[in-house]
Design a protein around this ligand. Sequence first.
Ligand code: SF4
Length: 376
Amino acid sequence: QCAAVCPTGAITIKNDTHDVWEAIHDPKKRVVMQIAPAVRVAIGEAFGYEPGENTIGKLIASLRKLGVDAIFDTSVGADLTIMEESAELVETLSEEGRKYPLFTSCCPGWIRFVETKYPHLMKYVSTSKSPMEMFGAVIKEYYKKLDKEEGKETVSVAIMPCTAKKYEASREEFVRNSRPDVDYVLTSEEVIGMFKEIGIRFDRLEPEAYDMPFSIYSGAGVIFGATGGVTEAAVRRVVADKSPKALKDIEFIGTRGMAGTKICELDLGERTVRIGIVSGLGNAEELIKKIESGEEHFDFVEVMACPGGCVAGAGQPFARSTEKRLRAEGLYKNDKALQIKRSENNPIVKNLYDDLLKNREHELLHVHYPGHKADA
Ligand code: SF4
């Protein structure tokens, strides 16, 4: 195993490819993978595709060639995150005189930054787990019974755009029943290395589809990979008007684009909600200073540690500003091509709430880091 350094958290993290190969070759193990939204529009660059080209079908086909047992999309987890986080947002909007916004929680680089530099702000960070961890918990729960029947052990692997996700997966808050919900995280670059190691012809493979039962996800989940995507997905959820026109209008409230700081306002009937979107921790710091001094007030703030969001994660093929923009555009294109645009309309999400998650939402979908508020 070799070590890599996380550029966002200055944390030394190991490369997990060796352990994942071992799990794949172990007949007693069921290797289940989830793929983050941002990976689909970047990984193809290593095989001659243009930045932003959605190569998810070829990625799935390539992973099957490796011998992976089941492959799902982290966008399902993102749909769950939106359901939980937007419920928290609605709750915080009713708090009179609240000085601080609800900060998003899906970027571990940002969480680490708050914990170390602004611990007093932890109680304003959403307790909703990241899409990877929500889906990791769902995957482990889903296969529990089958593992027992078949005498197998599910190994949960997440393909992510950054090494900060390895740190997140290793946190004690995500260990349940003595095992982490996500056993290994592979970056896009590590997966590219695995394909090259065994000579997978990524470009020659016919695209394949995800496995059942988690094969449906919304466009809202997919756009999580670009800065502003979480906010746009949450806005789609909280607005009362669910018409196609309203959906189109949301595109133009100011969530999109590669600017490091974006501010938008949303009219929710009785009140106007003020939203800040930042990518890059320097921009986050600037925004925090303005909030603390009273110069700015926000109801909701989305923070992504990487400038541009996960499309530009340090575990992805190298990206300059053009690649970042094209990758983000690729995600919005993917959103356009999907029938389901809103997280609440994903039938898998509905089924999960009616069944596997019933009365266990807080246990499986929320996290309490040190300094976090006590109740979700
Ligand atoms: Fe990882 Fe960067 Fe995305 Fe944060 S913004 S989750 S550090 S890729």
